[in-house]
Ligand binder design. Sequence first.
Ligand SMILES: C[S@@+](CC[C@H](N)C(=O)[O-])C[C@H]1O[C@@H](n2cnc3c(N)ncnc32)[C@H](O)[C@@H]1O
Ligand SMILES: Nc1nc2[nH]cc(C(=O)O)c2c(=O)[nH]1
Ligand code: SF4
Ligand SMILES: [Mg+2]
Length: 238
Amino acid sequence: MTRDRPLRIAEIFGPTIQGEGALIGEPTVFVRAGGCDYRCVWCDSMHAVDSAHRHAWASMEAAQIMDEVRHLSGGQPLTVSISGGNPAIQDFGPVIEMGRAEGYRFACETQGSVPQDWFARLDTLVLSPKPPSSGETVDWERFADCVRAGAPAKTVMKIVIFDNADYAWAQEAAARHPDLPLYLQPGNPEVDPDVAVSLEATTARLRWLVDKATADRWFAPRILPQLHVLLWGNLRGV
Ligand SMILES: C[S@@+](CC[C@H](N)C(=O)[O-])C[C@H]1O[C@@H](n2cnc3c(N)ncnc32)[C@H](O)[C@@H]1O
Ligand SMILES: Nc1nc2[nH]cc(C(=O)O)c2c(=O)[nH]1
Ligand code: SF4
Ligand SMILES: [Mg+2]
């Protein structure tokens, strides 16, 4: 019998609502994986990326992860959102299989740099390729591998926009993958959990993006705020 390898988990929290993209507003428990192959300059989850925080990550078997999810959801099957870090550098297959058997649904957020067989067992795969402002460069062949690996899960693309260059880049990304439903969200430049987020500045960034897309008559994307940032700023665990 093969033994599942334990997973590096930065945090498990909820229930809360999914604050971004296709499942916005949906009740969910988050499982945040530790470790990432990217270092986006504006990452809002560096506590799950930078190995300086490794000491705070837990090593958990699939069954322990599902125990915690079950505890947080009060045993009611809901959507589990797997995020990170990049969860695709680990094997979440056993967690998904265990949860599905109990009626849980699974969504996963990843940048699309590493394809995994277990993507096909998700309900929703959110691929979030990184625009120029992140400082990272997308390998579009690997990204296409991730799209292929995701079938038959519902796969969507979600792009963070900080500036005009990101916006133009998102239009090119959309042209590469016209079949993927597209979601845009303005970037949050203030990611320090100890610094209050300005609601006014946050809504101004959303207005800027909506104005830009409507002026261009670019109707392909849905444009959404980070609902959790509007409600709780950079608070962790929500
Ligand atoms: C923290 S990442 C973890 C999953 C995966 N590594 C990824 O980037 O898709 C989750 C989502 O938050 C977005 N994100 C990260 N930092 C952000 C920021 N400062 N403003 C807006 N969105 C951000 C990412 O682009 C991604 O869509
Ligand atoms: N409520 C809430 N919604 C989210 N959507 C994506 C998140 C993430 O950090 O991956 C996130 C998060 O951390 N909290
Ligand atoms: S890929 Fe995601 S988790 Fe990794 S550094 Fe970028 S935003 Fe953060
Ligand atoms: Mg986040």
